[in-house]
Design a protein around this ligand. Structure first.
Ligand code: SAH
Length: 622
């Protein structure tokens, strides 16, 4: 059994989930909470770091982890009152790649809201990221942690001990799940050997990651006497063995094995189904391939300038798709190429960011294969790359100060933080009825509302990244844009929205969609012009625009009509929003809607090209 790939606590928030069934674990960690907090306080007073890095190893999907983190933040805050300046917190929540990180990330907005309410609106700087991987190996860069906490995790071994099977592959512990009274001494030895191997790997890895003087608080199940068979942990397994045996004997067990809160709602369709973003993002993939040489050049320049030992990289808006990892691979290979001549190759720290409702689970589950491939290509030697998922809006701070060298973002920045509020008059009525985006019939106030929202968002984005990037750090941004400064309505991006408006209107006229709801449904999207981008960069003042390019990536269809491919891409980005705005009844018409839309795109293309523009910018932090 590949434990690291299969094992995880039941995710979600259902009646059988870990989240709803981990009171026992919570009681234990509550009992020793004072020791955890005292240890942290001691460490903080001793080292007084400006950014305090904490990892919870084996966080699962439950709420226990966030409750502990909250108590830790409060402890440091209390301690800090005496010393003055408040530190920033960097928190890594670790678990295996199959863990339900989505649940953890979805709980973050409430976590921050509560912190903020309790402090009358002033929230401490707590940056939380998910860190998928086995703690029986390296997870984080050298000397990057001050405090490690692990509760109820370390009694889980990395694998079922191989010594439990004889040469023929038969179990030497038949009928038992764990060491039991009927087990031979070889069974306890096999478990003990596995524990020794695992625990020493754990200690070896943590010793690299912790700073000198760093602390670990580890809570795990143990036994008191020398005898493995007791009425403590053993009895639970024994009872489970008996229940399973009971089932087997009964032959039941057959085999052994509108004012939309965009930031909380918006996400690409997750998973890997036919309507998922992962399967409908080849256009975006093509574009990032097209600019690959620029990514490589930018990274090479950056690396040659200062040869950092740890390179911090962030992909902002990584989605659940497959486009992020190949870019990271390109970046790593570019640095490796130069680093070949150096004695010590650098370590990479990669933050994959998206909104909390994004399907991070899919991307984390792809990591083991990503590493396997890297290893194969290097005959077993793998570069040190540490991934973390970072859930939150990039229209705000996400990462600690000066922690990044390179920020990459592809096909994200045309998504605004919200539908522009000034699209609605004082009575809450839309000024752009019946249109999803700026169209020929939109009054000038509509384009202005969109422009203002873009300006506000893009400047927050630049300001936030300017804090996170080191001096001379780079950003490579790919986004949809428009060519004509004076005209928002073109046969590019705005036309795709126009066709979606028309398709929705057809369904409304057939009584399949509520017309009033359609009138106030608008996209949180904006295609800026080159000038508008340059203007914001100038005004914000922390970056120099090194490079600006315009592209029209090749059309991709994968054997279908172009219209169908566009419809699926748009669907992956709009389905969640449509469902949220119109209600679940929209589910019944989604197939029809995107069929109409796809046909319309094909018909229009037959008349005249629709040519959306993609912009590429390389920005250098001054
Ligand atoms: N970069 C990927 C995915 C692009 S899809 C690619 O090139 O294929 C756009 C992604 O941006 C979505 O996953 C969406 O959730 C994310 N996104 C949009 N607004 C965001 C915000 N404010 N903060 C973080 N991510 C955001």
């Amino acid at each position: 059994m590949d434990v690291e790939k299969l094992f995880h606590m039941t995710g979600g928030a259902g009646p059988t989930s870990y989240a709803k069934n981990s009171y026992l674990q919570k009681n234990v960690s509550d009992m020793v909470k004072h020791i955890t907090l005292e240890t942290l306080q001691e460490l903080y007073l001793e080292l007084t770091p400006k950014t305090i890095s904490i990892a919870d190893l084996g966080c699962s999907s439950g709420p226990n982890s966030l409750a502990t983190i909250k108590a830790m933040v409060e402890t440091v805050e209390k301690t800090d009152r005496k010393s003055g300046e408040a530190p920033e917190f960097y928190v890594y929540l670790n678990d295996l790649p199959t863990n339900d990180f989505n649940s953890v990330f979805r709980a973050l907005p409430d976590f921050y809201r509560q912190l903020s309410i309790e402090r009358n609106g002033a929230c401490p700087s707590v940056f939380i990221s998910g860190c998928p991987g086995s703690f029986y190996g390296r997870l984080l860069p050298k000397n990057s942690l001050h405090f490690i906490y692990s509760s109820n995790s370390l009694h889980w071994l990395s694998k079922v001990p191989p010594g439990l099977y004889n040469e023929e592959g038969e179990s030497v512990n038949k009928g038992n799940i764990y060491i039991s009274e009927s087990s031979s001494p070889a069974v306890s030895l096999a478990y003990f050997n596995q524990f020794q191997e695992d625990f020493s790997l754990f200690l070896g890895s943590r010793s690299k990651e912790l700073v000198v003087g760093g602390r670990m608080v580890l809570i795990l199940l143990g036994r008191v006497g020398s005898d493995h068979v007791d009425r403590g942990n053993y009895i639970l397994w024994e009872l489970l063995s008996r229940s399973l045996a009971n089932l087997v004997s009964k032959q039941d067990l057959i085999s052994t094995s509108s004012k939309m809160d965009v930031e909380n709602i918006f996400h690409m369709t997750g998973g890997s189904g036919s309507t998922s973003y992962a399967n409908n993002s080849s256009f975006q993939m093509k574009a990032s391939d097209m600019v690959k040489h620029i990514t490589v050049e930018t990274i090479e320049q950056l690396y040659l300038e200062s040869f950092p030992k740890t390179i911090g990289i962030a992909d902002m808006g990584c989605s659940s798709g497959r486009n992020s990892l190949p870019v990271i691979k390109t970046i790593v290979e570019s640095v490796e190429e130069i680093g070949r001549l150096l004695a010590e190759p650098p370590e990479f720290y990669v933050y994959l960011n998206d909104l909390p409702s994004n399907d991070f689970n899919s991307i984390f589950k792809a990591l083991p294969d990503f590493f396997r491939q890297l290893m194969e290509e290097r005959n077993g030697g793998c570069p040190s790359i540490f991934f973390a998922g970072c859930a939150g809006s990039f229209y705000g701070r996400l990462l600690p100060k000066n922690s990044m060298h390179f920020v990459y973002s592809s096909y994200c920045l045309h998504w605004l933080s919200k539908v522009p509020p000034s699209l609605y008059n004082e009575k809450g009525e839309s000024l752009n009825k019946g249109n999803l985006y700026i169209s020929e019939s939109s009054p000038p106030a509509v384009s202005l509302a969109y422009l203002l929202q873009f300006q506000e968002d893009f400047s927050v984005f630049l300001r936030s990244r300017s804090k996170e990037l080191v001096c001379r750090g780079r950003m490579l941004l790919i986004l949809l844009g428009r060519v004509d400064q004076d005209n928002h309505v073109d046969r590019g991006n705005s036309f795709f929205w126009e066709l979606l408006s028309r398709s929705l209107t057809i369904l409304a006229s057939q009584g399949k969609l509520n017309k009033e709801k359609l009138d106030c449904y608008h996209a949180h999207f904006y295609a800026p012009s080159k000038w508008e981008i340059e203007d914001q960069v100038r005004r914000e003042g922390s970056f120099f625009l090194d490079r600006f390019e315009m592209y029209q990536p090749e059309k991709t269809c994968n054997g279908t009509s172009y219209g169908f491919a566009v419809a699926m891409t748009v669907r992956a980005a709009q389905e969640v929003m449509l469902r949220h705005h119109f209600g679940l009844e929209v589910d019944g018409i989604l197939d029809t809607l995107f069929e109409i839309y796809g046909n319309m795109v094909d018909e229009e293309m037959a008349k005249e090209e629709i040519e959306p523009f993609t912009f590429l910018l390389v920005l250098r932090k001054l």
